[in-house]
Ligand binder design. Structure first.
Ligand SMILES: [Zn+2]
Length: 341
């Protein structure tokens, strides 16, 4: 125990046993949505090409990289997240390429093997990933990319949390009305969906996910009040809503404007970076800067406590947040983060 004789930073720093950190000290950040295995696509897809343009470009460019480029990019992404104060990650996986980096990392990764495929399902492949790799569970990719049998099988197969891409584009809701960009794309590609008898994306969720299964909804850019009411009146298990504002801006050129709707409904908000295919860095503090009108204390709860709760992890790590507006308790463009423990 050290008696503090002064609040002068220089005096404090020279007091034995005392280190002075200006600003705020908080727990480590949780990145609640990432695809670390796509890290090799940093800068490979132009911003603002829209959701269908993004998916089409991804299909064109993803074969252009060697295994070595992919694994180097993964290691770099992992180091970047560590230096940005991220201590836990909800990571979406399609293959086994990320597991070697993740198992050697001090970051706690929870992997979600995402099931999708309207013509050909990857369910068996995902089941093998979940069987062979630690902390890996199955989840449907979204309500628009999985046929009914697989969707039901995955939603009802276990009790672990699900992590579902939800209401990321307008096309998702329009698909259930047989219109919009996604419906057009599916028609051209010859995809037939056997789930369009549901009236909406949210209706498909509540009809299939057991009410006591915790669920993480990711993106939520086109969420409506009636979606929220339908979903929240169904679930008894905790529901988490992840915002990835810089990814939405990168792909669609717009920021997430549903944040105020989520706040108004007092929902559990979390923060994700999405992948480096649709973001310029993997930094939670940079994501938080998109919400400069929200009190900083609330932002830090989203980036820490809510993420730990969603992943069933104990809070760990300590960060020092500097350069915030401490008078008004708001994040600023100058705000930075440093891991101190
Ligand atoms: Zn994603």
């Amino acid at each position: 125990m050290v008696a503090l004789e002064s609040y002068d930073p220089a005096v404090l720093d020279s007091t034995p046993g005392v280190e002075f950190y200006p600003g705020i000290i908080c727990r480590g950040f949780v990145n609640m949505h990432c695809h670390s295995e796509l890290s090799y696509l940093r800068g490979a897809i132009e911003p603002n090409c829209g959701y269908t343009g993004f998916a089409a470009t991804m299909a064109q460019v993803r074969g252009n990289f060697t295994d070595q480029q992919r694994s180097e990019a993964l290691a770099e992404a992992d180091r970047e997240m560590q230096s940005e104060g991220i201590v836990a990650v909800a990571d979406i996986v399609n293959d086994s390429s990320s597991f070697a980096t993740k198992s050697a990392s001090p970051i706690r990764y929870r992997s979600f093997a995402e099931v999708f495929g309207l013509k050909q399902s990857n369910l068996e492949h995902c089941q093998q990933l979940a069987e062979h790799f630690p902390d890996t569970t199955l989840t449907p990719h979204s309500v628009y990319s999985v046929q009914e049998d697989d969707f039901q099988a995955v939603c009802r197969s276990a009790t672990t949390p699900l992590s579902i891409h939800f209401k990321e584009s307008q096309g998702e809701e329009q698909l259930f009305e047989n219109s919009g960009a996604l419906a057009e794309w599916y028609e051209q590609a010859g995809f037939n969906c056997d789930f369009l008898h549901y009236n909406s994306a949210a209706e498909r969720i509540v009809a299939n996910i057991p009410h006591d299964r915790s669920t993480i909804f990711v993106h939520n850019s086109h969420l409506t009040q009636s979606d929220i009411e339908l979903i929240m009146s169904h679930f008894t298990a905790p529901v988490y809503w992840v915002l990835c504002p810089r990814s939405n801006r990168y792909i669609a050129g717009s920021t997430t404007d549903t944040v105020d709707l989520l706040v108004k409904n007092k929902l559990n908000i979390c923060i994700g970076t999405d992948s480096l295919a649709s973001n310029t860095s993997l930094s939670i503090i940079e994501e938080l800067k998109c919400f400069a009108h929200i009190p900083l204390e609330q932002l830090l709860t989203w980036a820490t406590t809510n993420g730990f709760n969603a992943l069933g992890l104990k809070p760990h790590g300590w960060l020092n947040i500097c350069g915030a507006d401490l008078q008004n308790m708001r994040i600023t463009e100058q705000t930075t983060v440093k891991r101190i423990l």
